[in-house]
Design a protein around this ligand. Structure first.
Ligand code: TXA
Ligand code: MG
Length: 307
């Protein structure tokens, strides 16, 4: 593909229809998109990312009505969808028997992850295409998610027939993932916070260590090449430093201590710092409240602490 040019919405929808892959901007991170009903196209995604096939994909749709054609919604699911869609929330629900989403996209599970993204270009493509679109983050497996067009093209652009430039991603972290199977469980923290979800449907259970129930929770995820050192109040010689709070630094996640700004910058700064070949990337302490839960989750994975 011509990675220097952004495709039109029509070209992107046509490429999806032809079973090809597309770089698709969303408000969270850039996605590598394919027709969710086409096993050949979905297989090409696993191939392009080097992603293990036991790790299922999120199906993206234009609205709640389209989501109800692929998954079974209970009262909790409808409540969260009405409150937070379009937006950075993914629901893991029982799959409908007549779902158009192919088995491979669900890694053979009886559940399916669905989300209605808010980015205007993602919405336009979903509307033009008409069916569900799987879109994992557009990085190669185990690397930080791309939050800019250039980073997405660099990661997986070679495998695509079209790439859409939607500017830098506003949220910068992948969607919050909530499973509503028996108990409501937080599988991945994100910009829709634990407190916001609990305000709608009551207490959330913790994600299980059982990898079959939350297959995305693999060790050393979102990793740059350099080792990552957390809770660093200052850098050691040779280290790149991601600061947070007042102070002059090349990479300050937020001089004002704003978690939204820090989330939006996190993956782009990890990538930029990594390109300078530091001995390590040291990261300042980040508060754990609200959006801080998701930021600290991604940082722990980048550092390889979480199994
Ligand atoms: O913000 C996002 O969600 C981005 C943008 C592009 O939409 N997409 C994204 O996809 O982050 P991906 O594939 O990188 O992460 C999907 C996560 C994985 O952790 C996966 O294991 C989990 O969702 N997941 C998908 N289907 C699931 C299922 N049926 N049960 C449990 N977890 C599931
Ligand atoms: Mg990912």
């Amino acid at each position: 593909m011509d990675a220097t040019r952004t495709a039109s919405v029509e070209e992107a929808a046509a490429a999806l229809g032809a079973g090809r892959l597309v770089i698709l901007p969303t408000e969270t991170v850039y996605g590598l998109a394919a027709d969710a009903s086409n096993p050949g196209a979905v297989a090409a995604i696993f191939e392009a990312k080097g992603r293990p096939r036991f790790n299922p994909l999120i199906s993206h749709v234009a609205d709640l009505e389209a989501a109800e054609r692929i998954a079974v919604f209970d009262i909790r699911a409808r409540r969260l969808a009405e409150r937070f869609w379009p937006g950075p929330l993914t629901l893991v629900l029982p799959v409908r028997a007549d779902t158009p989403v192919c088995d491979l996209a669900r890694a053979g599970l009886e559940t399916v992850a669905v989300r209605v993204p808010a980015h205007p270009l993602a919405r336009a493509v979903l509307q033009a295409f008409g069916g569900p679109v799987v879109a994992p983050s557009a990085n190669r497996s185990g690397r930080p998610s791309p939050t800019t067009f250039a980073d997405a093209v660099e990661e997986t652009g070679a495998a695509t027939a079209a790439a859409l430039d939607g500017g830098p991603c506003e949220v910068g972290l992948e969607s919050t993932v909530v499973a509503l199977l028996d108990e409501a469980r937080l599988l991945r923290p994100g910009a829709v916070t634990r407190a916001e979800i609990e305000a709608e449907i009551g207490p959330l259970a913790e994600a299980e260590a059982d990898a079959r129930r939350s297959p995305g929770r693999l060790a050393r995820h979102y990793s740059p090449k350099a080792p990552v050192r957390l809770d660093a109040t200052a850098p050691q010689p040779g280290e790149a430093y991601l600061a947070f709070g007042p102070g002059e630094h090349r990479w300050n996640l937020s001089p004002a201590g704003d978690l939204r700004q820090a989330a939006a910058r996190l993956f782009a700064y990890l990538r930029e710092a990594d390109r300078t070949d530091p001995t390590a990337i040291a990261v300042a302490p980040i508060p754990h409240e609200g959006l801080g839960e998701a930021i600290n989750d991604r940082l722990k994975r980048a550092a390889g602490y979480v199994g």
